[in-house]
Design a protein around this ligand. Structure first.
Ligand SMILES: *Cc1c(COP(=O)(O)O)cnc(C)c1O
Length: 371
């Protein structure tokens, strides 16, 4: 890297003055645990999910875990999950004692392949968990039709996909429930945090009980629950970020459009946007045809942040691989394996300048001569 060239980071979490002021305001109020800020954040976030009920928790992983509990999933149930995702998707299934069944992804969208989902259904299948990976909505029209035909629950892992949509319906508003993460590198954050959206008032109430020791009224515990509450400090920060989400998302979409228009190296395959999809580009992920390690080294040399999400598909991670090996169970996931070997994500965040975008394009196009 040329000394004059600053590194363009792969992600750039925002903690601005407004976030700091909101946090200080809550700290000075003395009401820091789950309180009025959390309730306001839930009400405001419901705008993002077609006015569904929203329940805030302390992380995206907790959101997934509690949702599966609230839907009554547990031992003996199978949940169909893509292996090409962050481990949290499958971990939530295993945390409730249910079995993970991996299904392959579509080559173009990187999301669950509806045909593979259908083929993975058994008499024990209880739910499908599509992941809107990189901010691209999964094929929810087809997945919902399969779920209805077989009487299955659908839990959308929308942890990377705030305000993504398919045919005008936002993610998190298709399935029985949707889950969002507010981890710092996500499109908006609350330091740590998560949100569940659901159209079912009963499920929403169960989620509120589960996040707070099973209590609605203090010390009148109705069910067994945990403590996965969001603090009011996090909610206040999340509320500030939510006011920026629309503008930031438009900027991500514009940055992605610029990159796709100008990256022309034949061995760098730019991402697609499926018909009817609003891809909100949590990640801008290309496929490298050729030596990916060399490509990444060359991008780093040019000062372009880059990363692989995810180099090891979940079914190859130890807590999944070892029991499967023992049981003699194998998965046929050719597109998952190919994606894990080929993908690289380039910076697309709203903090990029025009000059940053030009530098990313020229570094990507230089790979055409190098690989
Ligand atoms: C980030 C993420 C999660 C987990 O969210 P946390 O807030 O980090 O717990 C789950 N699934 C996917 C696809 C994610 O990207």
């Amino acid at each position: 890297m040329n000394d004059a060239q600053e590194l363009i980071p792969a992600a750039r979490p925002v903690i601005g003055e407004a976030e700091i002021e909101a946090a200080v305001r809550v700290l000075r109020s003395g009401l820091v645990v789950q309180g009025p800020e959390v309730a306001a954040f839930e009400a405001e976030f419901s705008d993002v999910v077609s006015n569904r009920h929203c329940v805030a928790v302390n992380s995206g992983t907790s959101a997934l875990h509690l949702t599966l509990l609230a839907l009554g999933l547990g031992p003996g149930d199978e949940v169909i999950v893509p292996s090409f995702s962050f481990a949290a998707s499958a971990n939530a299934v295993r945390l409730v004692g249910a079995d993970v069944v991996f299904a392959d992804i579509e080559a173009d969208s990187f999301c669950l392949d509806p045909a593979a989902v259908e083929a993975a259904i058994t008499p024990r299948t209880a739910a499908i968990m599509p992941v809107h990976l990189y901010g691209h909505p999964a094929a929810m029209d087809k997945i919902m039709a399969i779920a209805e035909r077989h009487g299955l629950a659908v839990v959308e892992d929308a942890c990377q996909a705030h305000a993504a949509a398919l045919n005008g319906t936002p993610v998190g508003a298709f399935g029985n429930a949707g889950t969002f993460s507010f981890y710092p590198t996500k499109n908006m954050h609350s330091l740590e945090g998560g949100m569940i959206s659901t159209g079912d008032a009963e499920v929403a109430r169960t989620l509120r009980l589960l996040r707070n020791q099973g209590m609605e009224k203090r010390y009148a515990n109705e069910i067994v629950g945990a403590n996965v509450r969001m603090t009011d400090v996090s909610a206040a920060i999340g509320r500030v970020q939510l006011t920026q989400l629309h503008g930031w998302t438009e900027q991500r979409i514009a940055n992605a459009a610029y990159l796709s228009e100008h990256i022309s190296a034949p061995n760098v395959v730019t991402p697609i946007v499926a018909e009817g999809a609003r891809h909100i580009f949590h990640q801008y992920t290309v496929r490298i045809r050729g030596d990916r390690d060399a490509a990444m080294a060359s991008l780093t040399e040019a000062g372009i942040g880059n990363a692989v999400y995810y180099p090891t598909p979940i079914h190859r991670l130890k807590p999944y691989w070892e029991p499967d090996q023992k049981a003699g169970r194998t998965w046929d996931l050719p597109e998952t394996e190919r994606a894990a070997a080929e993908v690289v994500s380039l910076p697309v965040h709203p903090g990029l300048s025009a000059e940053h975008l030009e530098r990313i394009v020229s570094a990507a196009n230089a790979l055409g001569e190098q690989l």
